[in-house]
Design a protein around this ligand. Structure first.
Ligand code: SAM
Ligand code: SF4
Length: 340
């Protein structure tokens, strides 16, 4: 079992398999994208699988693959299949923008993938195109249908809430009345270039403090709007009945609804004391905190060291993981490079 120096059990590893993406979401990437890392800087699947095996021996049991967009990396399906064969890894999840999911859903399910998190911040095609700088909402909706069709479970939709985007949160809530989908509202986070611009502008990737919407406010809005729209009463879901989560979301549902609404508040109620994760960037940096740019260079050890050397880096990460993010704003790396 992996325990860090603050006594937290660390059993969850997020792996960014690529820094590349087919979208340019305003809060994640600058308009021109970021300069992609050279091919040789990116960990090979073999290197990732070796790291995952050693991490599993040290107590990691859950892996989430993210990016960039994980589905743009060739060979991702077989990579997932091989990770499932790693002793000690109990579950693998994928975070995706779902634009390519309709194409891959069946193969992913066949490779053993069940848990999927889809990022979707609006149900309005024009707003979607603006947020993602050119994405087609239709592709994502087809991806969601495909996920249900092939039996993925849980299907979660991550909605980053940004004040200046004026999102229709009730539209997402309505989806939970119709099917077992788990909508998770996430506070916009100050990661990447912390500029002085609003998200409403498509040519910036900036954060302003005004764009942050605390989840207490989101919950209040959903309660009022849900009542006005006849969705019923919004009630808390006990932790044991929440859709199998690895993170600190608090869940609610409209009474009798098959789906749930989750609140994730990294800023307003930060959950560092429960943090159970490490992150591996696509180019092999091991990060102990989303908000800290301190990274341990795993790549050079994977390329020149023994398993024991790699193990020592994991121990170092456990020893260095900070107690909290201390409300730090901004990071050198963009979210697409870290993986969220
Ligand atoms: N491309 C995939 C996707 O969009 O799901 C995986 C990588 S993306 C970086 C992972 C998650 O980070 C997405 O759910 C995205 O909405 C979220 N994200 C990106 N920038 C963010 C920000 N500044 N604050 C909060 N969440 C953010
Ligand atoms: Fe790409 Fe995901 Fe970032 Fe959007 S949030 S630009 S889909 S990596």
């Amino acid at each position: 079992m992996a325990i860090d120096r603050h006594g937290r059990r660390i059993d969850y590893l997020r792996i960014s398999v690529t820094d590349r993406c087919n979208l340019r979401c305003v809060y994640c990437m600058p308009p021109g994208g970021i300069e992609w890392k050279a091919h040789e800087e990116i960990l090979t699947f073999e290197e990732i699988e070796r790291f995952a095996r050693i991490a599993a021996e040290e107590g990691i049991s859950k892996i989430r693959l993210t990016g960039g967009e994980p589905l743009v990396r060739l060979g991702i399906v077989d990579h997932i299949r091989r990770l499932h064969e790693t002793t000690g890894i109990e579950a693998i999840a994928l975070t995706t923008n779902a634009t390519l999911l309709a194409r891959y859903a069946e193969d992913l399910a066949d490779a053993g993938l069940k848990r999927i998190n889809i990022s979707l911040d609006t149900l309005d095609p024009d707003v979607y195109s603006r947020i993602t700088r050119g994405g087609k909402l239709e592709d994502v909706l087809e991806g969601i249908e495909a996920a249900f069709r092939v039996g993925m479970d849980p299907v979660k939709i991550n909605v980053v809430v940004v004040r200046s985007l004026e999102q229709d949160l009730a539209g997402f809530a309505r989806m939970t009345l119709e099917r077992p989908v788990h909508i998770r509202f996430i506070e916009y986070m100050p990661v990447g270039d912390v500029g002085a611009h609003s998200c409403a502008s498509s040519d910036t990737d900036g954060w302003t403090a005004d764009d942050h919407v605390p989840t207490d406010e989101i919950l209040e809005r959903l309660t009022t709007e849900g009542a006005a729209l006849g969705f019923g009463e919004l009630v808390p879901v006990e932790r044991d009945n929440a859709p199998g989560g690895w993170g600190p979301a608090s869940y609610y549902r409209f009474a009798g609804a098959p789906g749930t609404l989750g609140m994730i508040s990294p800023l307003s109620h930060h959950f560092c004391s429960e943090c159970n994760r490490l992150r591996l960037t696509a180019d092999g940096g091991l990060r102990t905190c989303l908000f800290s740019d301190d990274e341990i260079d795993v790549r050079s050890v994977l390329r020149g060291g023994s398993d024991e050397d790699v193990r020592a880096l994991i121990h170092r990460a456990l020893a260095e993981k900070p107690e909290s993010h201390n409300q730090q704003l901004g990071t050198v790396r963009h979210m697409s490079e870290i993986g969220g």
